[in-house]
Design a binder for this molecule. Sequence first.
Ligand code: FE2
Ligand code: FE2
Length: 179
Amino acid sequence: MPIPLHVTRGPMDLVDTLLDCHARIREYAGLARKIAAARGIEPAQIASAAADVQRYFRHGLPRHVEDEEQSVVPRLRGRSPECDAALATMEREHHEHEPLLARLLALMDQLMAAPQRHAELADAVGAAADAITTAFEHHLVAEEQQILPLLRTQLSSAEQAAILAELRARRTPLPPGAR
Ligand SMILES: [Fe+2]
Ligand SMILES: [Fe+2]
Protein backbone atom coordinates (compact mmCIF):
# COMPACT_ATOMS: atom_id res chain seq x y z
CA MET A 1 0.00 0.00 0.00
CA PRO A 2 1.48 3.38 -0.96
CA ILE A 3 2.47 5.68 1.88
CA PRO A 4 0.76 9.09 1.56
CA LEU A 5 3.36 11.80 1.12
CA HIS A 6 1.13 14.65 2.22
CA VAL A 7 -1.01 15.26 5.25
CA THR A 8 -4.46 15.85 3.87
CA ARG A 9 -7.58 17.04 5.55
CA GLY A 10 -11.01 17.76 4.26
CA PRO A 11 -12.29 21.21 3.42
CA MET A 12 -12.79 23.47 6.42
CA ASP A 13 -16.39 23.91 7.45
CA LEU A 14 -17.86 27.06 8.96
CA VAL A 15 -16.80 26.37 12.54
CA ASP A 16 -13.29 25.30 11.45
CA THR A 17 -13.00 28.54 9.49
CA LEU A 18 -14.04 30.68 12.46
CA LEU A 19 -11.65 28.77 14.73
CA ASP A 20 -8.91 29.47 12.20
CA CYS A 21 -9.69 33.19 12.59
CA HIS A 22 -9.38 32.79 16.36
CA ALA A 23 -5.99 31.14 15.92
CA ARG A 24 -4.87 34.16 13.90
CA ILE A 25 -6.09 36.61 16.55
CA ARG A 26 -4.07 34.71 19.17
CA GLU A 27 -1.06 34.54 16.85
CA TYR A 28 -0.95 38.28 16.12
CA ALA A 29 -1.61 39.24 19.76
CA GLY A 30 1.33 36.95 20.57
CA LEU A 31 3.47 38.64 17.93
CA ALA A 32 2.69 42.03 19.50
CA ARG A 33 3.89 40.68 22.86
CA LYS A 34 7.06 39.35 21.22
CA ILE A 35 7.73 42.78 19.72
CA ALA A 36 7.47 44.29 23.21
CA ALA A 37 9.86 41.70 24.68
CA ALA A 38 12.38 41.80 21.82
CA ARG A 39 15.87 43.08 22.56
CA GLY A 40 18.78 43.62 20.20
CA ILE A 41 16.62 43.29 17.08
CA GLU A 42 17.37 45.20 13.87
CA PRO A 43 15.02 48.19 13.39
CA ALA A 44 13.97 46.80 9.99
CA GLN A 45 12.75 43.61 11.68
CA ILE A 46 10.83 45.60 14.29
CA ALA A 47 9.18 47.67 11.56
CA SER A 48 8.31 44.56 9.58
CA ALA A 49 6.77 42.76 12.58
CA ALA A 50 4.84 45.91 13.53
CA ALA A 51 3.54 46.10 9.95
CA ASP A 52 2.32 42.51 10.17
CA VAL A 53 0.51 43.16 13.47
CA GLN A 54 -1.15 46.36 12.28
CA ARG A 55 -2.20 44.78 8.97
CA TYR A 56 -3.95 41.94 10.74
CA PHE A 57 -5.71 44.02 13.39
CA ARG A 58 -6.58 46.83 10.96
CA HIS A 59 -7.73 44.75 7.97
CA GLY A 60 -8.22 41.13 9.09
CA LEU A 61 -9.90 41.29 12.49
CA PRO A 62 -12.70 43.67 11.36
CA ARG A 63 -13.77 41.06 8.78
CA HIS A 64 -14.09 38.48 11.58
CA VAL A 65 -16.19 40.88 13.66
CA GLU A 66 -18.41 41.45 10.59
CA ASP A 67 -18.70 37.68 10.14
CA GLU A 68 -19.98 37.36 13.67
CA GLU A 69 -22.23 40.42 13.79
CA GLN A 70 -23.63 40.33 10.24
CA SER A 71 -23.66 36.61 9.40
CA VAL A 72 -23.80 34.69 12.68
CA VAL A 73 -25.95 36.89 14.96
CA PRO A 74 -28.94 37.19 12.60
CA ARG A 75 -29.09 33.40 12.16
CA LEU A 76 -28.74 32.46 15.84
CA ARG A 77 -30.71 35.25 17.48
CA GLY A 78 -33.93 34.07 19.13
CA ARG A 79 -32.92 30.41 19.43
CA SER A 80 -32.81 30.51 23.24
CA PRO A 81 -32.40 33.04 26.08
CA GLU A 82 -28.89 31.66 26.75
CA CYS A 83 -27.94 32.05 23.11
CA ASP A 84 -29.27 35.63 22.97
CA ALA A 85 -27.34 36.51 26.14
CA ALA A 86 -24.12 35.10 24.68
CA LEU A 87 -24.65 37.04 21.41
CA ALA A 88 -25.31 40.28 23.31
CA THR A 89 -22.15 39.81 25.39
CA MET A 90 -20.14 39.09 22.24
CA GLU A 91 -21.30 42.30 20.55
CA ARG A 92 -20.72 44.39 23.67
CA GLU A 93 -17.18 43.05 23.95
CA HIS A 94 -16.49 43.85 20.29
CA HIS A 95 -17.13 47.50 21.17
CA GLU A 96 -15.01 47.25 24.33
CA HIS A 97 -12.11 46.00 22.19
CA GLU A 98 -12.10 49.14 20.04
CA PRO A 99 -10.06 51.45 22.34
CA LEU A 100 -7.62 48.61 23.10
CA LEU A 101 -7.11 48.01 19.39
CA ALA A 102 -6.74 51.73 18.67
CA ARG A 103 -3.99 51.96 21.28
CA LEU A 104 -2.10 48.96 19.84
CA LEU A 105 -2.48 50.21 16.25
CA ALA A 106 -1.17 53.67 17.17
CA LEU A 107 1.91 52.06 18.72
CA MET A 108 2.45 49.79 15.71
CA ASP A 109 2.21 52.83 13.43
CA GLN A 110 4.83 54.59 15.56
CA LEU A 111 7.15 51.57 15.37
CA MET A 112 6.72 51.31 11.62
CA ALA A 113 7.57 54.99 11.20
CA ALA A 114 10.42 55.01 13.74
CA PRO A 115 11.53 51.48 14.72
CA GLN A 116 14.60 52.94 16.40
CA ARG A 117 12.20 54.15 19.13
CA HIS A 118 11.53 50.52 20.11
CA ALA A 119 13.32 50.70 23.48
CA GLU A 120 11.40 53.84 24.43
CA LEU A 121 8.02 52.37 23.31
CA ALA A 122 8.50 48.75 24.45
CA ASP A 123 6.74 49.13 27.81
CA ALA A 124 3.71 50.77 26.23
CA VAL A 125 3.64 48.10 23.51
CA GLY A 126 3.80 45.41 26.18
CA ALA A 127 0.92 46.94 28.14
CA ALA A 128 -1.21 47.30 24.99
CA ALA A 129 -0.41 43.76 23.83
CA ASP A 130 -1.18 42.31 27.27
CA ALA A 131 -4.51 44.16 27.40
CA ILE A 132 -5.47 42.80 23.95
CA THR A 133 -4.37 39.28 24.90
CA THR A 134 -6.38 39.27 28.13
CA ALA A 135 -9.51 40.75 26.56
CA PHE A 136 -9.44 38.44 23.57
CA GLU A 137 -8.64 35.25 25.44
CA HIS A 138 -11.77 35.71 27.53
CA HIS A 139 -13.82 36.67 24.45
CA LEU A 140 -12.62 33.86 22.19
CA VAL A 141 -13.09 31.14 24.79
CA ALA A 142 -16.66 32.33 25.47
CA GLU A 143 -17.45 32.25 21.74
CA GLU A 144 -15.85 28.83 21.37
CA GLN A 145 -17.83 27.41 24.27
CA GLN A 146 -21.18 29.17 23.91
CA ILE A 147 -21.67 30.26 20.29
CA LEU A 148 -19.67 28.22 17.77
CA PRO A 149 -21.16 24.85 18.86
CA LEU A 150 -24.64 26.26 18.17
CA LEU A 151 -23.73 26.81 14.52
CA ARG A 152 -23.43 23.06 14.10
CA THR A 153 -26.39 22.07 16.25
CA GLN A 154 -28.89 24.81 15.43
CA LEU A 155 -28.29 25.59 11.75
CA SER A 156 -28.90 23.44 8.71
CA SER A 157 -25.96 22.60 6.49
CA ALA A 158 -27.42 24.96 3.87
CA GLU A 159 -27.44 27.82 6.43
CA GLN A 160 -23.86 27.01 7.46
CA ALA A 161 -22.80 26.97 3.79
CA ALA A 162 -24.50 30.33 3.21
CA ILE A 163 -22.56 31.88 6.11
CA LEU A 164 -19.31 30.37 4.83
CA ALA A 165 -19.95 31.94 1.42
CA GLU A 166 -20.49 35.32 3.11
CA LEU A 167 -17.21 34.92 5.03
CA ARG A 168 -15.32 34.20 1.81
CA ALA A 169 -16.93 37.12 -0.02
CA ARG A 170 -15.69 39.50 2.71
CA ARG A 171 -12.08 38.50 2.13
CA THR A 172 -10.89 40.28 -0.95
CA PRO A 173 -7.13 40.81 -1.19
CA LEU A 174 -5.74 44.18 -0.17
CA PRO A 175 -4.71 46.37 -3.12
CA PRO A 176 -0.97 46.39 -3.85
CA GLY A 177 0.94 48.72 -1.54
CA ALA A 178 -1.90 49.00 0.99
CA ARG A 179 -0.67 49.34 4.55
FE1 FE2 B 1 -15.89 38.07 18.48
FE1 FE2 C 1 -14.72 35.23 17.13
